[in-house]
Design a protein around this ligand. Structure first.
Ligand code: SF4
Length: 141
């Protein structure tokens, strides 16, 4: 016997996916008690396929980042307190910095700090290589 809210939950999650709010975390698929849902590989990355027989426990409203994130609860559980400033979030110390290389600074966002740190690590042989990931956009065929 299907849980009375199961179809509503499926409809809500499908709305998250259709609206492009799904982060592909896969929690809904792993919490489907029927075991019939799965992640699909697509040109746009992994997307959940939700079975029409899916039964979600616990309620995705408590974990799906596409639905909502309870930030006060998250802060309390992770830091044991709420942030002093909600725009900045939790921090221990704050610093302001920028690259001293005018070319890096003028071409980079955030003052070129990350670029300068990575260059330093490479030039000082602290690391052999760095890997930078960037957002990719699938090409239409
Ligand atoms: S739980 Fe994760 S995978 Fe499922 S719809 Fe929400 S964001 Fe997407």
């Amino acid at each position: 016997m299907e849980h009375p809210q199961a179809s509503e939950i499926r409809r809500t999650l499908k709305g998250v996916i259709k609206a492009g709010l799904c982060t592909s975390c896969g929690l809904c698929v792993s919490c489907d008690q029927s075991g019939l849902s799965r992640m699909l590989d697509t040109d746009f990355g992994p997307i959940p396929y939700l079975s029409d027989k899916a039964e979600f426990s616990p309620d995705p409203g408590t974990y799906c980042p596409g639905l909502a994130i309870d930030y006060p609860d998250l802060y309390q559980k992770h830091y044991g307190q709420l942030p002093d400033n909600w725009l900045i979030g939790h921090y221990q110390k704050l610093y302001i910095a920028h690259s001293r290389d005018p070319e890096i600074r003028s071409r980079a966002s955030s003052g070129g700090v990350l670029s300068q740190v990575l260059i330093h690590l490479l030039e000082s042989d602290e690391v052999d290589a760095v890997i930078l990931a960037r957002q990719a956009f699938p090409k239409r065929i």
